[in-house]
Design a protein around this ligand. Structure first.
Ligand code: SAH
Length: 256
C-alpha cells in the first residue's frame, strides 16, 4: 500500500489518538498543559474533586466526617418525606374557598326566602280584616316574628324611617299620653319618657298589648295622641280610625 494512501492515513490517525479510538472527548486537550481534558473530567468524577490535581490533598478526616453527615441528613430527609402527610386534592367539603362561596350563596337564598315570606305575610295583613289577622297571628306567633324580621330587614335599606319622625314629635310633648296602634316591637315606647300604650297583634315584648286595633282596651277620651305608623293595613282601616277617635280626648291629635 502506498504511503499516504487512505488506509495508511487512517492507521496513523488511530495511533495518534491512542486507545480511545478517536472519541471526541479525548481530542479535547488542555490548552495550558496539553493534558487530555475528557479523561481528567472522568477521573475527577471517579476519585472525587480534583484528585488528579497534584496540588489537591487526599480527603481529610474532617472532610470524610462532613460527607458522612451529609449522607445521613439526606437519608433522614427521605424517611421523613415518606411519613409526611401528602398533599391531597381538595374535595368540595375541604376546599375553604368553595365552602365560603357555598355559604354566601346559601345566605343569599335564605335572605330571598325571608323576603318572600315577609311580602306574603304583608299581603295577608292587607287583604283581611283586623280580627282575622289577630286570630291568624295569635295561632302562629312564630310567623309574627318572621314578619318583623323581614320588616326590620326592609327598614335597613330606607333612607328615612317615619317612626323616627314620630319619636321626635312625641318628645316635644312629654306630658302627653300616647297610643301607638300597630306598634311592632314598640320602639316608640322605648324611646320616649311619655306614657305610651302599645298595641299589636302579638306581644313581641312586655311593652306590647296584644289585640286587634279595631278594639283596644282603653277607656274613651283617655289619650292625647294616637299614632298609626305604617300600620293602617287591612280591609277595615276605617274601624281603626273610629277606635282611635273613641280613645282620643276632645282636643287630641291623630298622626298617621
Ligand atoms: N309601627 C311599627 C310597626 C309597623 S309594621 C313601626 O313603624 O316600626 C305594621 C304593624 O301593624 C305590624 O306589627 C302589624 O302586626 C300591625 N298591625 C296590622 N294590623 C293590625 C291590627 N288589626 N291590629 C293590631 N296591629 C296590627
Amino acid at each position: 500500500m502506498a504511503p499516504g494512501s487512505l488506509a495508511e492515513q487512517l492507521r496513523a490517525r488511530r495511533d495518534q489518538l491512542g486507545q480511545d479510538g478517536g472519541r471526541k472527548t479525548s481530542l479535547r486537550k488542555n490548552p495550558m498543559n496539553g493534558e487530555d481534558m475528557g479523561r481528567k473530567k472522568k477521573n475527577r468524577k471517579k476519585n472525587g474533586p480534583k484528585s488528579s490535581d497534584p496540588t489537591s490533598h487526599p480527603p481529610t478526616l474532617e472532610a470524610k466526617k462532613k460527607k458522612k453527615r451529609k449522607r445521613k441528613r439526606k437519608k433522614d430527609n427521605d424517611a421523613c418525606a415518606s411519613t409526611r402527610p401528602q398533599p391531597t386534592r381538595p374535595t368540595p367539603s375541604t376546599c375553604p374557598k368553595k365552602k365560603i362561596r357555598g355559604s354566601a350563596l346559601q345566605q343569599r337564598m335564605r335572605e330571598r326566602l325571608q323576603g318572600a315570606h315577609f311580602r306574603w305575610l304583608n299581603e295577608k295583613l292587607y287583604t283581611c280584616k283586623g280580627n282575622e289577622a289577630f286570630e291568624y297571628f295569635q295561632s302562629n306567633p312564630s310567623l309574627f316574628e318572621k314578619y318583623h324580621q323581614g320588616f326590620a330587614k326592609q327598614a335597613e335599606s330606607w333612607s328615612f324611617n317615619p317612626l323616627d319622625e314620630m319619636i321626635s314629635a312625641v318628645r316635644k310633648h312629654p306630658r302627653w299620653v300616647v297610643a301607638d296602634f300597630g306598634c311592632g316591637e314598640a320602639r316608640l315606647a322605648a324611646s320616649v319618657s311619655n306614657t305610651v300604650h302599645s298595641f299589636d297583634l302579638v306581644a313581641g315584648n312586655p311593652r306590647v298589648t296584644p289585640c286587634d286595633m279595631a278594639n283596644v282596651p282603653l277607656p274613651s277620651k283617655s289619650i292625647d295622641l294616637a299614632i298609626f305608623c305604617l300600620s293602617l293595613m287591612g280591609t277595615n282601616t276605617s274601624d281603626f280610625i273610629k277606635e282611635a277617635h273613641r280613645c282620643l280626648k276632645s282636643n287630641g291629635l291623630l298622626k298617621i
